[in-house]
Design a binder for this molecule. Structure first.
Ligand code: SF4
Length: 263
């Protein structure tokens, strides 16, 4: 749907007299500032973007728990991902200036904050493509992540579907479109996700209740220890709340990968 259009656009030559490039420069700057300042610039709260995240993590953030500092490599890795996403949104905006691509961006939805059930959020690009209203969400991915995305879509592990479903409810649109970008190679692929209230409304309500509760939520079902008491789940391994959540731990690096042992 969109990946093919972007590929076609990128294979052409274009001359710009557009303010899209100017605003993209500001977004690159904003993105760099965001990465350098980390979470400190935000007041932690439940937003559409973390609606599907581990509720215990969101609860700890709101309770004022400071996560572990991000190392330089991870910070730059996140920054690259951000830049690729900003560049992709800019490309779609430039395409929207040419009638042949059939894209109309709903600026009032892009610029304003969305709201659903008192939760706010900001979607990447609510727009119309070939006459169909869609909320486009751009995600930069590693080689591995992109291969998985091409086979199965974004998956549920990082809570992305809950985020997109919240945007769909807030906009009233029926169709979401994930646009995956492979960071290393510049390949694009897309994946359509339809609004599904039956599946996601109860899940979102469950998370909202947990985050709003005065009691710390228990560890989610997937966060279990097995075997030698090593944290197995990838979500916990990447979480900056590992230590406040699991307590003291030792780290052993095996084949360039950290293994976290608790207890
Ligand atoms: S370490 Fe795991 S269970 Fe704990 S807050 Fe992070 S994701 Fe949730």
């Amino acid at each position: 749907m969109l990946a093919d259009k972007i590929t076609k656009y990128l294979e052409g030559e274009h001359h710009y007299s557009s303010d899209v490039l100017q605003s993209s420069c500001e977004q690159f700057g904003g993105s760099l500032a965001r990465q350098l300042m980390g979470e400190s610039q935000y007041e932690p709260r439940l937003r559409m973007s973390n609606l599907g995240a581990c509720p215990r993590k969101v609860w700890l953030q709101i309770a004022g728990e400071k996560g572990e500092p991000i190392n330089a490599r991870t910070r730059m890795n996140f920054s690259f991902g951000d830049y690729v996403e900003v560049a992709t949104v800019a490309i779609i905006r430039l395409m929207a200036e040419k009638e042949e691509y059939g894209i109309k961006i709903y600026e009032e939805l892009v610029q304003g904050e969305l709201e659903w059930e008192g939760i706010k959020g900001h979607a990447d690009l609510p727009c119309s493509i070939d006459g169909q209203d869609v909320v486009v969400e751009v995600k930069s991915m590693s080689n591995y992540g992109f291969r998985e995305f091409c086979k199965n879509g974004p998956g549920d592990m990082w809570g992305y579907p809950a985020q997109l479903q919240a945007y769909l409810r807030a906009t009233g649109f029926e169709t979401g479109l994930w646009l995956g970008v492979r960071k290393e190679t510049g390949h694009y692929a897309d994946y359509v996700e339809l609004r599904d209230d039956e599946k996601y409304v109860p899940e979102a309500a469950h998370n909202m209740r947990k985050v709003a509760s005065p009691d710390k939520p228990g560890k989610p079902s997937w966060a279990t220890l097995t075997g030698e008491q090593t944290i197995k789940d990838v979500r916990c391994q990447y979480c900056d709340m590992k230590r406040p959540c699991w307590g003291p731990m030792t780290v052993e690096v095996i084949k360039n990968k950290p293994h976290y042992k608790v207890g």
